[in-house]
Design a protein around this ligand. Structure first.
Ligand SMILES: Nc1ncnc2c1ncn2[C@@H]1O[C@H](COP(=O)(O)OP(=O)(O)O)[C@@H](O)[C@H]1O
Ligand SMILES: [Mg+2]
Length: 366
């Protein structure tokens, strides 16, 4: 049975809520619908940053001490507003949508403690939008000993199946953190690779008071400190085989403060690219095709660095394939909601390290 699902994603970049509609039976993508975006205000983003900071001491996934209760309320309200705006813009009524996949905002990701915390109240969102909501996608996976991330691989696989390309294909998602999905016939392997945009965003904000490096222009003016990158790549994370996952701030201690703002931006951009390339020797075969998605795909310096490092493999921005680069993760959570409803696996031993294929998600009805 085909379902019309709406996916809602708020990633580690803390930029805003992506919304996307997808028609799917949880296996195949029948049609992709429109997408939308509801940015966080500076005030909301400030509260989320504070929530991330206060979440480091969380004892369990339901505790909401300090500002976390208020942050959760703000996240839920922003998502309700995102759905209302999206429905109005596309003249949809709540009867047109069968299920909403609500990722929530990750404030802590510590799979080694069997803990991954996404704030956002599924039950109150379902009541606000009058549509069944699936949420808490990652909890069952970490509970069973998985990494709880990445979760987009099953969706990347569904998208890549329609390409019919020869040779291994990798889809890279550059969000706050970067992750890859390796697809070769039936083989599906996935992991986080290292930083995405988060280190660079933090640097741009601190040094140049800009939210991000638009199109990679600042990095394009700087010089890369190759020795710094080589040192950073010595961290054990980078040589560990997949599956593996990261928290947004896992590399926040790596500083480029003694470099000029442009050299720092160039070095952090090259670090993200180098960390993505570092995964190649950990894969069964050398990938032939790379597809880059997420906000990082708009960073032209990042794309150039990836192309140089991965040649002769081809590197394409997802947009050039007709995929909506900014909406893939939101589409993925619509797709995952459909899978969750049908009890299909969301994660596998080779994507999150969970011991067996694992379904997940909790359902809240209005
Ligand atoms: N025009 C652009 N040029 C360069 N980088 C961009 C651009 N637009 C967005 N980004 C980057 O993408 C990030 C958002 O990416 P996104 O895929 O939404 O990440 P997440 O899933 O972590 O929220 C921004 O924080 C910024 O670093
Ligand atoms: Mg985002």
């Amino acid at each position: 049975m085909m379902l019309t699902a709406l996916g809602l994603m708020s990633g580690t970049s803390l930029d805003g809520v992506d919304v996307a509609m997808i028609e799917t039976d949880g296996r195949k993508v029948n049609a992709l619908g429109p997408s939308g975006y509801r940015p966080y205000s500076d005030q909301e983003r400030g509260l989320l940053r504070q929530a991330l900071y206060e979440a480091t001491e969380l004892p369990d996934r339901t505790a909401r001490p300090g500002c976390l209760r208020e942050a959760e309320r703000v996240v839920t309200a922003a998502h309700a507003e995102a759905v209302a705006n999206f429905a109005a813009q596309n003249r949809l009524s709540f009867d047109d949508i069968d299920i909403v996949g609500f990722h929530g905002q990750t404030v802590l990701h510590r799979p080694e403690r069997k803990l991954t915390v996404q704030i956002g109240d599924g039950a109150s969102l379902a009541r606000a939008i009058h549509i069944p909501v699936m949420y808490d996608f990652r909890a069952a996976d970490v509970d069973a000993g998985g990494q709880g991330a990445p979760f987009v691989p099953v969706y990347h696989r569904a998208l890549a199946q329609s390409l019919d390309w020869e040779g291994p294909t990798v889809v890279v998602n550059i969000g706050g953190v970067s992750n890859i999905t390796y697809i070769d016939g039936d083989t599906l392997i996935a992991c986080d690779t290292g930083p995405g945009n988060a280190l660079l965003d933090d640097h741009m904000l601190r040094r140049l008071n800009q939210r991000f490096d638009t199109e990679g222009r600042t990095a394009a003016m700087g010089t890369v400190d190759a020795a710094w990158i080589n040192r950073a790549l010595q961290l054990p994370f980078f040589s560990a085989p997949p599956p593996k996952s990261l928290d947004r701030n896992d590399f926040a201690s790596l500083k480029v403060d003694d470099m000029s703002p442009t050299d720092g931006a160039a070095t952090l951009t090259a670090f993200t690219a180098a960390a993505i390339c570092r995964v190649v020797p950990l894969l069964p075969k050398e990938p032939k095709n790379w597809i880059v998605a997420g906000g990082g795909a708009r960073n032209l310096t990042m794309l150039r660095m990836l192309r140089e490092a991965l040649a002769p493999a081809t590197v394409r921005a997802a947009d050039t394939l007709g995929w909506a680069s900014d909406s893939i993760e939101a589409q993925a959570f619509g797709f995952l909601a459909a899978r969750g409803l049908k009890g299909l696996p969301l994660s596998y031993p080779a994507t999150t390290g969970v011991p067996f294929p694992m379904t997940g998600g909790m359902i809240a009805r209005p």
